[in-house]
Design a binder for this molecule. Structure first.
Ligand SMILES: Nc1ncnc2c1ncn2[C@@H]1O[C@H](COP(=O)(O)OP(=O)(O)OP(=O)(O)O)[C@@H](O)[C@H]1O
Ligand SMILES: [Mg+2]
Length: 228
């Protein structure tokens, strides 16, 4: 599903240039459950942003479901992102004065086709109960616990039925017990066939995944899959 060939990313700030990714080549198959680990500053978020088409590599080739997205313009990337990819972030990135339901429905604003939109609106109740937040549907998200907020964020990531879920430290702001609950949800999504990629520095979280890719100084230093 994902193929990276010789990806590099160089940031230029104040006439200083910094290579955050150095010749990363990877391939990830549809349905895999992958953790990306590594010390702070090793390039994890940079890599995830490239995978999510939020940022462009400086050089190298990225293909997603066989399409060479390195060649896509901004508009085409935004469309692909909206249709294919769901994002889950450490700080949840919710609109706090919106209700649970309003937050989950936000991505529908950009969906093309009224029929598709309607179908997804109908699915929302199902999605909220699957995530265990149906009883909070009309609550403003500002009033929720961290774990509940992350469930809302996962709901928002799922409403457009993406094939790929990208999560950057999804449990970073949560305690161990709540982290476990969130990982169970992500594991369930993986079992349903979604491709799930999680950035984490927490070995407990990484251990949920079937494959662990470790980055150091912008390079892949290890890539191990669990024996099945
Ligand atoms: N927009 C940017 N401009 C300049 N440098 C950047 C930018 N984004 C990231 N970097 C640098 O690239 C390196 C990798 O950053 P990245 O955010 O990918 O690390 P990370 O592995 O996600 O770290 P953390 O675990 O702390 O989140 C860092 O040295 C960072 O300072
Ligand atoms: Mg990061």
């Amino acid at each position: 599903m994902i193929q990276l060939e010789g990806i590099t990313k160089t940031f230029n700030t104040n006439a200083v240039s910094f290579q955050a990714l150095n010749n990363v080549s990877l391939s990830i198959k549809e349905g895999e459950f992958v953790a990306i680990t590594g010390t702070s500053g090793s390039g994890k978020t940079t890599l995830l942003n490239i995978l999510g088409c939020l940022d462009d590599p400086t050089s190298g080739k990225y293909s997603l479901t066989g399409e060479d997205v390195s060649q896509y313009n901004k508009t085409k990337k935004a469309l692909l992102r909206n249709e294919m990819i769901g994002f889950v972030l450490q700080d949840f990135a919710l609109v706090e004065h919106y209700t649970v339901k309003q937050n989950v429905m936000l991505p529908l604003m950009y969906v093309r086709g009224n029929k598709k939109k309607k179908e997804r609106q109908q699915k929302i109740e199902e999605l909220l109960s699957k995530l265990g937040i149906a009883h909070k549907e009309k609550e403003r998200t500002a009033l929720l616990s961290g774990g509940q907020k992350q469930r809302v964020a996962i709901g928002r990531a799922l409403i457009n039925e993406p094939r790929l879920i990208l999560a950057d430290e999804p449990t970073g702001a949560l305690d161990q017990k709540t982290s476990k609950e969130i990982m169970e949800i992500l594991n369930k999504l993986h079992k349903e066939g979604k491709t799930v990629i999680i950035v984490t520095h927490d070995p407990f979280v990484a251990d949920y995944c079937d494959r662990i890719i470790q980055l150091e100084d912008g390079k892949v230093v290890s890539d191990t899959s669990k024996a099945v």
